[in-house]
Design a protein around this ligand. Structure first.
Ligand code: BES
Ligand code: MN
Ligand code: MN
Length: 464
């Protein structure tokens, strides 16, 4: 396939490719908040329409116990290999809304230092509507130019941002039609616009909620203060005790199953270009912080973590109210690495919080969603095809790296379908995923659409 076939088609359809994505971004498909249920379902219908228009067959909005999966396929020849594209049409909540420079569901194009040719600002622009939609447009391109070399199945879900709790059942139920050779996912980052990279692993996740109860009601903090436990004080102390002075996690047994990399593996991981000064500048911090004895890239790539995602209790309104609160709450996540298991770690966490809490309070620990860590071998035809495709479109060989985030279903793809996932991400860590002012570079969007057909080409050749 001539490169010009691809670039000509993209150039001729540039505006439309962009406008279609902007339309998708206007639907607030926030899976975490039931208030948006209608919009999440509407987004599924919109994705279905777009797949049909692009030439996908048998497209359906397939129900689950939660939000539906949009499924469709194009079988050009059952003897040819099959690529299964996975992505998600749900997005994170936009809060805190007041920190957005433009409304999160009214996409605008603005130039930034990193994206001088413009970026789309909207919730979900990068994670994952923009990256998912590149696959729909790349598919359209291959259909319209007669260059689709193999079969394709699309599986676009609506619950990734809340842990993909119902996708596992759906996959098991639909195993028969999910026969394929590789899973292709664009939902991760590359190192920089001019430094393509492919993730060779993702962290797992164990997400917990803690409720600490002291006295049976809010109290006057003068009348009772000093004589009963303050659950907010106690919760803070419990949380602080989870790390030692070297930022190691203190929960007994937490590191038992952590796979330590060899020095050679660590050295290789640290070869990836990473600029700590750029990192600090982007975040406006004097100094990075993390587990003693590991580099920043190791801290996010191969080491587990424990972080408070939210904490509340007592009076948080205007002015001052003297109160000794009855309850305190925190949402705490742990990122996991091979070979940790989310159920085991959740239990260790629960045991720790219940055992170290003083008698003066009651502690309730409730696990939320979890997901297992994964490693992706660079030796598979899928990884090689991704690497060749990026080499061709960027003019540079992509660097293998470890992604710090989680995509909970990837471990299940391997377990239930026996398939490797290729983490073919085109976003940047600086694109403010999950933060106010999320954006996705126009360069990245079009580069993705340009690179994906090359993946198909190389994958078909490598699996002949
Ligand atoms: N796309 C991200 C995961 C990601 C981002 C991986 C960047 C690597 C680099 C995904 O949508 C996500 O946010 N996952 C959640 C999972 C959770 C909600 C179960 C995460 O990592 O917090
Ligand atoms: Mn995502
Ligand atoms: Mn996300």
């Amino acid at each position: 396939m001539e490169r010009s076939v691809i670039t000509n088609y993209i150039n001729a359809n540039k505006e439309r490719f962009l406008n279609e994505l902007l339309d998708l971004l206007r639907i607030p498909s926030v899976s975490a908040d039931p208030k948006y249920a209608g919009d999440v379902n509407k987004t599924a219908e919109a994705v279905k329409q777009r797949l049909i228009e692009a030439g996908v067959d048998n497209v359906e909005v397939s129900p689950t116990k939660g939000y539906p999966v949009v499924y469709g396929e194009k079988i050009i020849d059952p003897k040819k290999p099959t690529v299964i594209v996975y992505g998600h049409y749900d997005v994170q909540p936009a809060d805190p809304i007041n920190l957005w420079h433009s409304p999160p569901f009214e996409p605008v194009i603005k130039k930034t230092e990193v994206h001088p040719d413009g970026a789309i600002f909207a919730r979900g622009a990068c994670d994952d509507k923009g990256q998912m939609y590149m696959h729909v447009k790349a598919f359209e391109l291959m259909m319209k130019t007669g260059t689709l070399p193999c079969n394709v199945k699309f599986m676009i879900e609506g619950e990734e941002e809340v842990g993909s709790a119902n996708l596992g059942d759906w996959i098991i139920k639909n195993k028969a039609r999910l026969k394929g050779d590789v899973i292709l996912i664009s939902d991760t980052s590359m190192i920089a616009k001019d430094i393509p990279s492919i993730d060779t692993g993702l962290r797992g996740l164990a997400y917990m909620e803690v409720e600490v109860t002291g006295p049976n009601r809010d109290l006057h903090s003068g009348v009772y203060g000093g004589a009963v436990a303050n659950p907010v004080n106690v919760l803070c102390k419990l949380i602080a005790s989870c790390h030692d002075e070297n930022n190691h996690i203190t929960i007994p047994g937490f590191y038992d199953e952590v796979l330590e990399l060899t020095n050679a593996e660590r050295a290789e991981l640290n070869l990836a270009p990473f600029d700590i000064n750029e990192f600090k500048k982007d975040l406006n911090i004097e100094q990075e912080q993390g587990e003693e004895g590991y580099t920043t890239m190791e801290r996010t790539g191969i080491r587990p973590t424990l972080d408070v995602n939210g904490i509340w209790g007592g009076y948080i309104g205007e002015g001052a109210k003297t109160v000794l609160p009855s309850k305190a709450f925190a949402k705490i996540s742990m990122r996991l690495v091979p070979n940790q298991n989310s159920d085991v770690i959740s239990k260790l966490f629960q045991k720790y919080f219940e055992s170290v809490a003083p008698k003066s309070v009651k502690v309730k620990v409730t696990p939320h969603h979890g997901g297992e860590p994964v490693v992706v071998t660079p030796d598979s035809p899928g990884f090689k095809a991704a690497s060749l495709a990026m080499t061709e479109s960027f003019g540079k060989k992509p660097v293998p790296t470890r992604g710090g985030g989680s995509i909970p279903i990837v471990a299940l793809f391997k377990k239930e379908l026996g398939l490797d996932s290729i983490l073919f991400g085109f976003g940047l860590d600086t694109d403010a995923l999950h933060s106010p002012n999320e954006h996705y570079g126009l360069f990245n969007y079009y580069k993705g659409i340009e690179t994906i057909p090359l993946f198909y080409k190389h994958f078909s050749e490598l699996t002949k």
